[in-house]
Write a protein that binds this ligand. Structure first.
Ligand SMILES: C[S@@+](CC[C@H](N)C(=O)[O-])C[C@H]1O[C@@H](n2cnc3c(N)ncnc32)[C@H](O)[C@@H]1O
Length: 260
């Protein structure tokens, strides 16, 4: 399913038009969620194993590919948004950044021992197909590391949803609705206007399990290294989750009672 307007015509996902504002918003270290929540959690996961070759799906302006280099990992970044790829190449001239879409990865089967999708599943029109592709290009024993928005967070996007305020203008409670209904949503902030998909968590899990992957890690990381009131506020309504899925090594071949 692709995002469409009221007449049923497909709309652009907004990334090309939003690229300059996105690059400004990310700066060198990413926005608040990346710098204080996701990147520290991703670093923890990356430090636990050694990886040789990684694919960053939806690499944007290339922050994660540059981070992977710190861990001695050779990274390839793919993204369909050319102005973001241009910025990634400008910041990292020796990096490997290629035009591509998650739904059709131009790589042989079993090419990578790590595939990363950081806040891209929400942007991808056909997430099931993308997940099957990510699993296909993973080597047996490899890891698919996913950071995504929580599904209750995306269920809170829209008119009359999200934070309700009390009489003093403070956050009272977070409103969600139609949780099980998968739908594209237009989200806009600071010059960025892109389509994000709301999907229930079960929809992502079905695709991941259907691709034959096994869940190794699940967490809802909280901010580190910032003011206590920001941490307390975030903990009321966490926006991010982190998952690590593994691709099984082929089971041993058994012949006439002997395994090889
Ligand atoms: C929210 S940004 C995340 C960028 C980067 N991974 C990060 O965490 O900073 C989403 C990215 O997904 C890319 N994207 C959109 N549709 C895609 C698709 N079908 N396949 C791969 N990437 C896609 C966008 O161009 C954009 O760079």
């Amino acid at each position: 399913m692709r995002a469409s307007n009221a007449e049923g015509r497909p709309v652009t996902n907004g990334w090309r038009e939003s690229a300059a504002a996105w690059i400004a918003e990310m700066g060198e270290h990413g926005d608040f969620g990346r710098e204080f929540i996701l990147d520290p959690a991703l670093r923890d996961r990356l430090a636990r194993r050694s990886f040789a070759r990684a694919l960053d799906v939806g690499c944007g302006e290339g922050r994660l590919c540059r981070m992977l280099r710190e861990f001695g990992v050779e990274a390839v970044g793919i993204d369909p948004t050319e102005p973001l790829l241009d910025e990634a190449r400008r910041r990292d001239p020796t990096g490997d950044y290629r035009h591509g879409r998650a739904e059709e990865l131009a790589f042989d089967d079993e090419s990578f021992d790590l595939v990363i999708s950081c806040l891209t599943l929400i942007d991808i029109d056909d997430a099931s197909r993308a997940i099957a592709e990510m699993a296909r290009v993973l080597r047996p024993g490899g890891i698919l590391l996913i950071a995504n928005l929580t599904s209750f967070g995306t269920a809170g996007i829209g008119e009359g949803l999200g934070w309700a305020e009390n009489a003093e203008g403070e956050k009272a409670h977070f409103r969600i609705d139609n949780y099980l209904q998968e739908k594209p949503l237009r989200v806009s902030w600071r010059g960025i206007s892109v389509t994000n998909w709301h999907r229930p968590l079960g929809s992502y899990f079905s695709a991941l399990l259907g691709a034959g992957l096994r869940l190794e890690h699940f967490s809802e990381p909280t901010p580190r290294g910032c003011a206590p009131d920001l941490i307390a506020s975030y903990e009321r309504m966490p926006y991010f989750l982190l998952m690590e899925w593994s691709k099984d090594r082929a089971p041993p071949r058994v012949e006439a009672g002997r395994s090889f």
